[in-house]
Design a binder for this molecule. Structure first.
Ligand code: SRM
Ligand code: SF4
Length: 610
């Protein structure tokens, strides 16, 4: 790590070090029209930086683009801007080649992602979201790895209607994507009701206070009034250029690391006293998953624990961490723009010093904490307030009805019709029917059984996640959500043949190395390389605190079981009491241990053949 490299910032001369001589950001980036000097500084910056500046606070040509009925698409530049509004333009990749052959426009539609801080929705909101899915989208609700919902397949002419329906139940999609602080996650934490309340409140406060202030969303999607002066309105925290890249924040409550805190740019770990009261927060910075195959200067990284703050300082700390990244993050190369690279470039000490400078006080030393896993706790749990909570496993978060199988869409709709509590989405793509009074348990349980919502979830499956990938994701190199269920069936057979069917092993698959299902902190990680080809990663920690290592390159889908089977056999035979699979493969010498991002690519396995 080099703490003394000159720093490229968008707004000033290169800095020698972020400590001595570092330019302080007394005022947010200018909201005035760009001067010549500023324009010169902007030269060489990533295209998206120019786009943001020219967009008039995220308006671009979106309003006009929606009126062009001859195409289902919007312009490429507006396609970048629309992300800040929580949308992605996509096309159906299953029929792309066929349509190209017929000289037809791609089958464009939009993915819409909601902002639901902490993943909590009321039954009324659930019913409305369900109706939107069946009216305007592809008939499914997709629970994501970051505790919210996505719609797929919304065509351009339905976008405004969809947004109006979302707004009608007091939800929105602002900043669900784009170079901003995204949906803030919070531990669902059914057992510790008091701690959940505090964590959830912090997530909501951070989400609201770091929300872009532009009126563009209301104006474009809800035909809201344009504010007087329009483009001259002020973004007090972000300025015209927003952030260099996406920024993700989570709030965790030990002992569960269900939100995978080490994968996020910024995190708060609740420090609890003996009565489960939150006494303050450990602050984590610099986690992230995304990388590019074959480019070793891109890598996943687990976050560092930077310090401790008192409850009343958490919001200030969040803003300070985000604004240091705003000012120090790399705006020339989007592949190196996330906070994890900023921390690698400047060092954690310099970064902490600048955060402390901005909050006007020192952070405390991190307090001890223990995580016991990054999965969900399934089944019924009674909270310390006497309310009941039921966590259901939803395969890859896809809420739909399967003929002859689970009917999650109808079943959860029926439950929403009678439920008096709320629903919580988890960071593992699952759903919790939360805050059920004791007297309602049996009725809810009967509906769960009637709609087959608990069938077929063995230990491996319960600890699995797959990203969306094909056919909607434009970046997918291989299948993921559609492929994982079959692979799990094969691996369950293999595990059972070694008596390991009840072992909790985390497995995650993604269609490309962007890592949307956080595969590099799963004990078994499959990462798409090309059609039916995956890199296989092993050796991450069960609690999500250690990255994995590449074990085998380019394994075909047909080979995966054969590659893993001897490892399962060795694990069954040689594991120590309580030893997790991810720890075992390192101790047994199948892969070397990754200490953090910079040595993630250091050694490609296997060290020892299975
Ligand atoms: Fe993601 C891009 C889906 C969580 C890292 N992600 C995408 C896009 C929008 C593809 C695109 O840019 O065109 C995917 C849309 C697929 C589709 O058809 O819906 C997509 N990401 C998802 C979701 C839906 C996966 C899922 O199966 O649930 C998750 C939505 C989360 C949410 O509600 O906000 C999702 N994405 C993640 C995570 C996990 C997390 O944050 O805990 C990561 C890894 C952590 C991280 O950010 O480093 C992640 N997604 C990425 C990246 C790589 C970022 C990077 O720093 O390199 C991209 C590509 C990019 O940003 O350039 C990406
Ligand atoms: Fe798409 Fe890759 Fe994310 Fe999967 S990991 S959803 S393939 S971007």
């Amino acid at each position: 790590m080099d703490d003394h490299k000159p720093i490229d910032t968008p707004d000033g001369p290169a800095l020698e070090t972020p400590g001595a001589g570092a330019r302080r950001f007394e005022a947010p980036p200018s909201d005035l029209p760009i001067t010549e000097a500023e324009a010169a500084r902007l030269a060489g910056l990533a295209h998206n930086e120019h786009l943001k500046i020219a967009s008039g606070y995220l308006r671009g040509g979106l309003a006009d683009g929606l009126l062009k009925h001859a195409t289902g698409a919007i312009s490429e530049d507006d396609g970048q801007l629309v992300k800040f509004h929580g949308m992605y333009m996509q096309d159906d990749r299953d029929i792309r080649a066929e349509r190209t052959k017929k000289k037809l426009e791609k089958a464009f539609s939009f993915m819409i992602r909601l902002r639901i801080a902490g993943g909590v929705v009321t039954p009324k909101q659930w019913l409305a979201l369900d109706q939107i899915a069946t009216t305007y989208a592809n008939g499914t609700l997709r629970a994501t790895t970051r505790q919210t919902f996505q719609y797929h397949g919304v065509i351009k002419s339905n976008l405004k209607r969809t947004m109006a329906a979302i707004d009608a139940v007091l939800l929105d999609t602002i900043a669900a994507c784009g170079d901003v602080n995204r949906n803030v996650m919070a531990a669902t934490n059914p057992a510790q009701a008091g701690a959940h309340k505090v964590a959830y409140q912090l997530a909501k406060d951070i989400s609201d206070s770091l929300l872009p202030k532009t009126n563009a969303w209301r104006e474009i999607w809800l035909d809201g009034e344009r504010v007087v002066g329009g483009e001259e309105e002020f973004e007090p925290v972000y300025g015209k250029t927003y952030l260099p890249r996406k920024f993700k924040t989570v709030v965790a409550v030990p002992p569960s690391n269900e939100v995978d805190i080490f994968a996020h740019d910024l995190g708060f770990i609740a420090i609890l006293d003996k009565k489960n009261k939150v006494t303050g927060w450990n602050v984590t910075v610099g986690g992230g998953m995304g990388m590019t195959h074959g480019e070793s200067d891109t890598f996943p990284r687990t976050a560092d624990v930077m310090g401790f703050c008192a409850p009343q300082d958490a919001l200030k700390v969040a803003e300070a961490v985000m604004t240091v990244q705003r000012d120090w993050g790399n705006r020339k190369n989007r592949k190196n723009a996330r906070l994890k690279y900023t921390i690698e470039r400047f060092g954690l000490d310099a970064f902490r010093a600048e955060v402390e400078n901005r909050i006007g006080k020192k952070l405390g030393s991190p307090k001890p904490f223990v995580f016991d896993g990054n999965g969900d706790r399934y089944g019924w749990v009674e909270g310390d307030d006497g309310r009941h909570h039921l966590t259901l496993y939803v395969p890859s978060g896809r809420i739909k009805d399967v003929e002859g199988g689970p009917q999650f869409l109808t079943g959860l709709r029926r439950i929403a019709e009678i439920h008096e509590g709320d629903f919580r989405l988890t960071g593992n793509q699952n759903v919790i029917i939360a805050n059920v009074p004791a007297g309602k348990r049996a009725e809810i349980e009967a509906l769960v059984d009637q709609y087959a919502m608990t069938k077929g979830a063995g230990a491996l499956r319960r600890n699995s996640m797959a990203c969306v990938a094909l056919p909607t994701c434009g970046l997918a190199l291989a299948e993921s959500e559609r492929y994982l269920p079959d692979l799990l069936t094969e691996l369950e057979e293999s595990l059972a043949s070694h008596g390991l069917q009840d072992e909790e092993i985390t497995i995650r698959s993604t269609g490309c190395p962007n890592g949307c299902a956080r595969p590099f902190i799963a004990e078994i990680g499959l990462v798409g390389r090309g059609p039916e080809r995956y890199h296989l990663y092993l050796g991450a920690a069960f609690d999500g605190s250690r990255l994995s290592k590449l074990y085998r390159e380019d394994v075909t889908a047909a080979e995966i079981r054969g590659v893993l089977d001897p490892l399962f056999a060795a694990y069954a035979k040689d594991r120590q009491l309580g030893e997790h699979f991810g720890d075992f493969v390192i101790r047994a010498g199948f892969v070397s241990k990754t200490t953090n991002g910079p040595d993630f690519h250091e050694r490609t396995g296997p060290l020892k053949a299975a």
